[in-house]
Design a protein around this ligand. Structure first.
Ligand code: MG
Length: 377
């Protein structure tokens, strides 16, 4: 039996977000491959003390929110923040509510814990951070005593916040919900906030927020072989190389790009090149392999990843790779939208041993290293 108070997180994503610039409202803009509002949504949805999550969106933004969040509970908000909260409060159930601004994408589980536990002894609780900088007004230093930076989520007994919204005088704006509950006599307490909760408002805040993301490094390898055949072109690393034979295969048989493509797919466990471009599919006949590599890179980007480094080894007796190395590096770098310094091309022989030694084909192996937002274990 579980008789703890039922808690709903109400995420406010109803702003027009014009201050962040850009064509889309900032709550739908991406940080580390994921919309701002999705980061906060997942933090609450994953927290054991939160029973349900409801997102308040601007009128007309419902479809955009569905695109980003999928099948979640949405409430259509109003013009002002207070109206949006009131509409959200009317749509939820349970005994407690956590009101959160989508502009704070990273919500540490420990802050949710502190806010929720504080509600055992108060009508409301919200996280604050001490003001570290010296404050001045008109050039004169103001004491920091008793001053804190207010963050969200702000937690309340649901009935206390509903009643504060009902009683709040029309035409008077309230900067936040805690202020409303306190003004109407509720007991509101402060808990320790977290710098992770800093707001994303201006365009430069997006870059700062990306730095707050915890990244993990992934490396994966790829390997491929194609057979030499008379009358084929020889494509290696996206470069056409003059040679008496070329490699045969369903596509342009660029063994180097295939190995790198598989390495990239490996970093996100997305299968192999055959999964995405089956040789049985006639549309890939003679296909330029650069598009396979670009597709793999796009999948990494969609997962929020960044390619850090690619290292390729070609294994053959001939042609000599050295004269073409820099053209291959440049082409691979272009395909991956990377600086050339992040692409390495190497070559070796097998001392005339085996199929590469006999000149029957070329083998390639690659290692790709990427960064990905930290994944749950
Ligand atoms: Mg291949």
């Amino acid at each position: 039996m579980n008789d703890r108070p039922r808690t709903t997180a109400l995420i406010l994503a109803a702003g027009s977000g014009t201050r962040a610039g850009g064509a889309i409202p900032k709550q739908f803009a991406k940080i580390a491959g994921k919309a701002l509002v999705s980061h906060a949504y997942e933090a609450f949805a994953d927290h054991p003390a939160v029973d349900s999550v409801v997102v308040v969106v601007a009128p007309g933004a419902e479809a955009q929110a569905r695109d980003v969040l999928g099948d979640v509970r949405l409430v259509t908000g109003g013009q002002a923040r207070r109206e949006s909260v009131a509409l959200g409060l009317a749509a939820i159930e349970g005994e407690r509510v956590l009101v959160h601004d989508a502009a704070r994408p990273f919500v540490p589980a420990a802050v949710i814990d502190r806010v929720v536990s504080a509600l055992d002894r108060a009508d409301g609780a919200y996280p604050v951070l001490a003001v570290a900088d010296t404050l001045v007004r008109d050039g004169a230093v103001v004491s920091r005593d008793g001053l804190s930076r207010v963050q969200t989520p702000q937690g309340f007994a649901l009935e206390a916040l509903r009643s504060a919204h009902r009683q709040w005088p029309d035409g008077e704006e309230a900067t936040d919900d805690a202020q409303m509950v306190r003004r109407l006599g509720g007991r509101v307490v402060l808990v320790q906030g977290d710098p992770m909760l800093d707001k994303v408002t201006h365009p430069e805040d997006f870059a700062a927020a990306e730095k707050r993301v915890a990244w993990e490094t992934r490396s994966a390898s790829g390997f491929d072989v194609h057979r030499f055949e008379e009358g084929e072109e020889l494509w290696l690393g996206g470069v056409l190389i003059p040679h008496d034979k070329g490699l045969s295969g369903h596509s342009d048989a660029d063994v180097a790009l295939h190995a790198i493509t598989d390495a990239l797919l490996g970093t996100i466990a997305a299968g192999d090149i055959g999964t995405h471009f089956p040789p049985s599919d006639p549309q890939w006949k003679g296909a330029e392999s650069g598009q396979f590599l670009r597709h793999a890179a796009a999948l990494v980007a969609d997962a929020g990843g960044r390619v850090d480094f690619v290292d390729l080894t070609l294994i053959c007796e001939s042609p000599k790779i050295g004269p073409h190395r820099s053209a291959m590096r440049a082409r691979i770098a272009t395909l991956l939208d990377l600086p050339e310094a992040r692409v390495s091309v190497k070559a070796t022989t097998t001392e005339r041993l085996g199929f590469t030694g006999r000149g029957e084909g070329i083998a390639a192996q690659a290692v790709a290293t990427i960064r990905l937002p930290e994944q749950p274990r």
